[in-house]
Write a protein that binds this ligand. Structure first.
Ligand code: ADP
Ligand code: MG
Length: 264
């Protein structure tokens, strides 16, 4: 891409680092008060150009880990560093556009009354790349092409697209600010298997071109295997194993990982 920041510039060190992160949720009052440990002493890192897969059963703390990694939830204790900076209000503002998310249901992230072109362009307005309206429009068309969508998609509304096309739009929307780090949370889980394969291949290809670091969260081990360089297994809020993808699938070390793989 010729405009805006040069994505080939690599960030020295990890794009994301979590160190001993704890997150608890409390519910009820008095004797009914319960404390739920959504993340327990979670440490992980993601390098530029790398995808870390995060797997685990429902309720294991995957989305909470994603939210902390995006700076959307502050840890109760422990630290999160994004692009080498501690996460606080000041750095969060500076990091806008450098971190993006692609979530499970594009209908939640895409405004149903907004045309595709507008939805994809929107993050640029927030980041203020200093591009003119014409340049922004041109960039929208370029990025749509990158995710395999024709230029005439800009005038469509989300309900006029297939699930796979909507998810491609979400990826385009995430990519347009040329982020250094993207969190995918169950991003392909709602799609048919054949469409999943196409989107996963596309994510891989885009990563080769743009070198963003990624966290790929899914309960679907097959999907995670296709995109991840390394995998972390969450069990009740705790990382029980982190391993290179192929090593993990051939020789899982932790009993819980072995159990997860048996259900595959
Ligand atoms: P996963 O994405 O792996 O399914 P989550 O990170 O969404 O898991 O949730 C981890 C645990 O924290 C679950 O038990 C969930 O019910 C709880 N939890 C998540 N978000 C909240 C919240 N906002 N308030 C209370 N409990 C929550
Ligand atoms: Mg989740």
């Amino acid at each position: 891409m010729s405009t805006a920041a040069d994505t080939s510039v690599t960030v020295p060190g990890p794009v994301l680092e979590l160190n001993g992160v704890n997150v608890t949720f409390t519910s009820g009052i008095g004797r009914k008060r319960r404390v739920l440990h959504a993340m327990r002493d979670v440490s992980l890192s993601v390098s530029p150009g790398e995808t870390l897969g995060v797997v685990g059963e429902s309720g294991s703390g995957k989305s909470t880990t994603g939210a902390v990694s995006l700076g959307l939830r502050a840890p109760d204790s422990g630290a999160a560093r994004l692009l080498g900076r501690p996460l606080n209000r000041a750095t969060k503002k500076a990091l806008r556009g450098s971190i993006q998310a692609v979530l499970q249901h594009p209908q939640w992230s895409l405004n149903p009354r907004r045309r595709v072109g507008e939805s994809v362009r929107e993050p640029l307005a927030v980041v203020g790349h200093g591009l003119s309206r014409a340049e922004q429009r041109e960039r929208v068309v370029q990025i749509l092409e990158r995710v395999g969508l024709a230029a005439d998609m800009v005038d469509r509304f989300p309900h006029e697209l297939s699930g796979g096309q909507r998810q491609r739009v979400s990826v385009a929307r995430a990519l347009i600010t040329e982020p250094k780090f993207i969190v995918f949370d169950e991003a392909v889980s709602a799609l048919d298997v054949s469409v999943q394969m196409q989107i996963l291949a596309m994510i891989r290809e885009l990563q080769n071109q743009h070198h963003f670091g990624a966290m790929f969260i899914s309960h679907d081990l097959g999907a995670v295997r296709r995109v991840s360089d390394r995998i972390s297994v969450l069990y009740r809020g705790e990382i029980v194993e982190t391993a290179e993808t192929e090593f993990f699938f051939t020789a899982p070390q932790h009993p819980y990982s072995q159990q997860l793989l048996e259900t595959l």
